[in-house]
Design a protein around this ligand. Sequence first.
Ligand code: ZN
Length: 230
Amino acid sequence: MSKVATAKQKEVQRIVDALSIAIAQHRLKPGMRLVEAQIVEVLKANRNHVQAALQRMALLHIVTIEPNRGAMVAQPEAREAREIFTARRAIESAIVGSITPADIARYRDDIDAQQDAEKRAATREDRRDIVRELSHFHLLLGTVSGNKVLSEILSNLMVRSSLIVALYQRNDIPSCQCAEHGAIIEALDAGDPARAQAIMIDHLNELEQQLDLNDSAFDDLNLHQALLAD
Ligand SMILES: [Zn+2]
């Protein structure tokens, strides 16, 4: 791989990261237009790199690119939202299932700092901080597991989850999940990954239930089934 290609890849990644963080923190909302010229200016980036970054995010389903209209932040449908939660249950169960007490010991400082940050954000009731910290906890578990493939899949699912929360969350201020997160760490620390997995699944079910996913596609399906069930 040439040095030039590496520099370009790094720059594209920098743009992807900046946009992903803004989406995860709900500064960029679903459906918002992503004007190339503005991104070039704000991120002091090259136009080709911005285009490459948007293309990559389109492949990750974080951005939608429409001919003649350009790029916009994706607006996942309710069906996709449910599929993302199914995927998160599978991936995060695998992550939690592979974490040993030794892994927890190695990351003890990061885990403690993370739990403090979650509590502080919940006390301040700052929506952006809460959303960021709650998502960080899940990503941190990926890091603790040491499995880079699972972590990479989870990073993508977490950005898409942020879009879903922005679109379908019923309550404006997300409830504190510090207790559930704490219970997962406690079980892992005690060398009981099966219990940690069960708490994680319950936790993700709870998060999914806080969303209002009864869209028209779901109603159509019911109507279809109702007409067939003679
Ligand atoms: Zn959580």
